[in-house]
Design a protein around this ligand. Structure first.
Ligand code: ADP
Ligand code: MG
Length: 542
């Protein structure tokens, strides 16, 4: 009809659809997880909106309904959620919001097949997974608070249409016209198996229409509210995969209940590996805040940003159900929960650090994020310092500051560090020759943040942390353990000449005790930025 508007997808979306449909083909069943998760999110958002705007109130028996129809070969998902306006349909389903196709396709290429499904959740492109099983998708939606409804429809081939529609209540229906080879997803038993696998923890009930009757197919139990003894390891893993959009096993699972001054239940996970969406790109903790089971927000900053890799849920009794965004910002309750949860995570890390091998996998994935806390969080600096692991000029594998201090020479005052881009290059650097010759250990640091935090953490257990590129040339207190070869040449004539020749490039030329094989090395002043910091500043164009 004339009222049907045709739109093309952005070029990005067209390519993305192709990628999703082909790369994830072997894991097609995840389309159901993604669509139910969207429906549940929409219901949560409407419930939250209703706190301040009573017109948005949810019907009492709010649920997500899934109806397969074998004759028509359609699968329909209906939710009484917040709904979408015409513009939102075009925006949310016709463009890519969170990240470009390029980043997504690169990650797909890097990922092992079994890792791919989690990517669509991480990149916020879950809706498009519908096209793995359907050759036409129709979304009819009415935004809560409005009378208008619209239908978005597409065959996933470069364009979509928008047309006026009717819907008696706010919410969204998604009709999937199933591909011939996807008919298994019209079998109630098949659908139920998939739902039971992961949707049990969704707090909105999900029902399946079977022989004309609605049967509940998820329990809607909030897993975190159960006693630990009632939860199996598989339950934890499935829940983790759902909240973290992950496919691996959690490296750590923390499930506890705080009682007394502060009442909350927390179920938190440290992932088993780095997510594909770089943690570096995200800034804030996404731990979900619930009040008496009800989801409130994942933007409450329940953990400091240097623990943003931790995933999970905190559910509290100490906030009213009708908590508003303003109140969330002002309430001291959140700050108290944050302190308690941060302490718990740190103490778990401390315990787990005793198992060096297992801790190394954690450290490799998230150490660089944790180190940001040294820079920005004075309160936790010492706790974090004990969790640090380093490469070293004299040790294999990882070593801690405590172990370094235990190995220090009797008359050694400082902890020596060398910062650069690459550990292997640091190991060969002329900077450490003099230290190696005297049996002095140097810690080798190569993460981005390593250029910054040593400036804020000037000591560990009373031992100053000193960049060896920064003055501090006095190694005369230490006897070389290996012969330095010929007696030092008399440099009295040479130095003034070199100084004159290099006067535009360096501020001074001095004899050094630090060289063994190399002829010269560059050194930074004892105060001010060390060499790595100078390099970064130069790259930043200062
Ligand atoms: P994500 O859920 O990670 O944002 P999706 O591709 O799954 O990415 O969904 C894109 C967006 O479409 C959602 O953020 C939401 O705004 C909107 N959306 C999808 N399904 C629904 C629904 N059932 N009700 C309301 N909005 C929806
Ligand atoms: Mg989604």
């Amino acid at each position: 009809s004339e009222t049907v508007e045709r739109h093309s997808f952005g070029a990005e979306v067209g390519r993305l659809l192709d990628l999703v449909v082909h790369a994830l083909y072997s894991e097609r069943e995840i389309f159901l997880r993604e669509l139910v998760a969207n429906a549940a999110d929409a219901v949560d958002r409407r419930r939250f909106g209703a706190l301040t705007e009573s017109a948005l109130a949810l019907p009492a028996d709010a649920k997500v309904r899934i109806s397969p129809d074998k004759d028509a070969r359609t699968l329909t998902l209906s939710d009484p959620g917040i709904g979408m306006t015409k513009d939102e349909l075009a925006q949310n389903l016709g463009t890519i919001a969170r990240s470009g196709t390029r980043a997504f396709s690169q990650s797909l290429a890097d990922a092992k097949p079994e890792e791919r499904p989690s990517l669509i959740g991480q990149f916020g492109v879950g809706f498009y997974s519908a096209f793995m099983v359907a050759d036409r998708v129709e979304v009819t939606s009415r935004k809560a608070g409005s009378d208008e409804a619209w239908t978005w429809a597409s065959e996933g081939q470069g364009e979509y249409t928008l047309a006026p529609a009717t819907r008696s209540e706010p919410g969204t229906d998604i009709v999937l016209h199933m591909k011939a080879d996807a008919e298994e997803y019209l079998e109630p038993i098949r659908l139920e198996t998939i739902l039971r696998k992961w949707a049990d923890h969704i707090t909105v009930p999900v029902t399946l229409v079977r022989d004309g009757e609605e049967v509940p197919s998820t329990k809607g139990t909030a897993l975190w509210r159960k006693a630990k003894s009632e939860v199996s390891e598989e339950d934890y893993t499935e829940f983790y995969r759902q909240v973290a959009h992950a496919f691996d096993k959690p490296w750590a699972t923390l499930h506890w209940r705080a009682e007394g001054q502060l009442e909350f239940t927390a179920l938190l996970f440290v992932p088993g590996m780095k997510p594909f969406m770089a943690v570096e790109e995200q800034r804030d903790s996404k731990v979900r805040l619930h009040v008496r089971r009800m989801f409130i927000t994942d933007e409450a900053g329940l953990l400091p940003s240097w623990l943003r890799f931790v995933q999970g849920v905190v559910d509290t009794e100490d906030l009213p159900l009708n908590v508003s965004r303003e109140m969330l910002q002002a309430t001291p309750v959140l700050a108290r929960i944050r302190r308690a949860v941060t302490a718990k995570v740190l103490s778990e890390l401390k315990t787990r650090a005793k198992d060096a091998e297992s801790y190394a996998t954690f450290w490799q994935a998230f150490g660089p994020v944790l180190k940001e806390g040294l820079w920005e969080d004075a309160e936790h600096r010492q706790d974090i310092a004990n969790l640090l692991r380093f490469h070293s000029s004299t040790q294999e594998g990882w070593t801690s500051l405590a172990d370094y201090v235990a190995r220090m020479k009797p008359n050694q005052e400082a902890i020596y560090i060398l910062v650069g881009d690459d550990v292997d290059a640091l190991k060969r650097s002329a900077q450490i020759e003099g230290f190696t010759a005297r049996g002095l250990e140097v810690l080798l640091l190569s993460d981005h943040v390593d250029a910054f935090w040593p400036e804020r953490m000037d000591a560990y257990e009373g031992k100053p942390i000193r960049s060896i590129t920064q003055g501090g040339d006095d190694l005369s207190a230490f006897e070389p353990e290996v012969s330095e070869g010929d007696a030092p040449a008399d440099l009295a004539d040479l130095l003034p000449k070199l100084k004159e020749a290099l006067k535009d490039d360096v501020s001074d030329v001095k004899a050094s005790q630090r060289l063994v094989d190399s002829a010269v090395l560059l050194s930074a002043p004892a105060f001010g930025p060390d060499l790595q910091m100078q390099r970064l500043l130069r790259r930043a164009g200062r």
